[in-house]
Design a protein around this ligand. Structure first.
Ligand code: MN
Length: 284
């Protein structure tokens, strides 16, 4: 049995095309999309359409991630606190994505959280966006074994996670733990797309991470031409540069500035320009 698991496409069509071509050539028995098809990128609608077609015609299984949830939250008639005032400015890009996905929100909201495949010996491969506890509870390469055991309980032979955009495989108390990384926006210092190949062969599970260069210039153009950079506020600059550098800038900005911005001590735009200046980054 051959299983391909991709995730965290984040509206990056060029990366999705490259990963899909590689998966097609590998000819897996199952393909699982482990959440975050949409948001934080220039072409959420195109990626969602493509994934839906693959689901309908090729039986791909599609799971929801935290970003599908963020986009769906915009349907609520009374905006929750995350979508009022300054927090609305910070979260502008999920609103932009929501508008692009008009008519698709019900389908996004209904995506399942988990896929389970069983080998002939009864051992199981469990796939979910982050952890058993929540779709934003990241499992890191250096997370303590005991913490991971709680995040993946009850233990299965293979546990496939994503969410943090860092690709790796490791063993945790007899479980083969696999992080798919991200098709569209890496955070592990390597800007190539990643996905996971998991196989059941001769009575054993194996896992491998595949890394692929893709048409970065096309994605760069899409960030500019789609209006993503111009229309979704300063946080979009961080997202764009995170995509470009494969370094997790958004969490670093959040840790340093989020509370001050929400408290009104510094305007959002200046917090981002200060942050970029301190890190020697610019949009040009
Ligand atoms: Mn993601």
């Amino acid at each position: 049995m051959k299983v391909a698991i991709l995730s965290d496409i984040h509206g990056n069509s060029a990366a999705l095309q490259t990963v899909t071509a590689h998966i097609d050539a590998w000819q897996p028995d199952h393909v699982i999309v482990n959440g975050d098809v949409v948001n934080r990128g220039p072409d959420s609608a195109g990626c969602w359409q493509f994934i839906q077609a693959r689901q309908a015609r090729h039986g791909w299984r599609v799971l929801g991630g935290n970003h599908e949830m963020y986009v769906c939250k915009h349907t609520r008639p009374t905006p929750d606190p995350e979508h009022r005032g300054i927090r609305a400015d910070i979260n502008q890009n999920s609103r932009w994505t929501y508008k692009q996905l008009d008519g698709e929100i019900a389908a996004l909201a209904q995506l399942p959280a988990t896929a389970v495949l069983t080998a002939p010996d009864g051992s199981r491969l469990w796939t979910t966006h982050a952890s058993i506890r929540s779709n934003s509870d990241g499992i890191y390469p250096a997370s303590d074994d005991d913490d991971v055991a709680r995040q993946i309980a009850p233990a299965t032979a293979v546990f496939v996670t994503s969410h943090i955009h860092v690709a790796y495989t490791r063993q945790v108390n007899g479980t083969l733990l696999v992080n798919t990384g991200s098709a569209g926006q890496l955070c592990d210092g390597d800007s190539r797309a990643s996905y996971a190949q998991v196989t059941w062969q001769k009575g054993q599970w194996h896992a491998k991470i595949v890394r692929l260069a893709y048409d970065w210039a096309a994605t760069d153009r899409a960030f500019h031409d789609s209006g993503f950079l111009a229309e979704t506020g300063p946080v979009a600059w961080l997202i764009y540069l995170e995509w470009k550098t494969a370094v997790p800038l958004l969490p670093a900005w959040r840790a340093a500035y989020f509370d001050a911005v929400v408290a009104g001590h510094i305007p959002l735009e200046r917090s981002v320009t200060d942050f970029l200046h301190k890190h020697g980054l610019s949009l040009a």
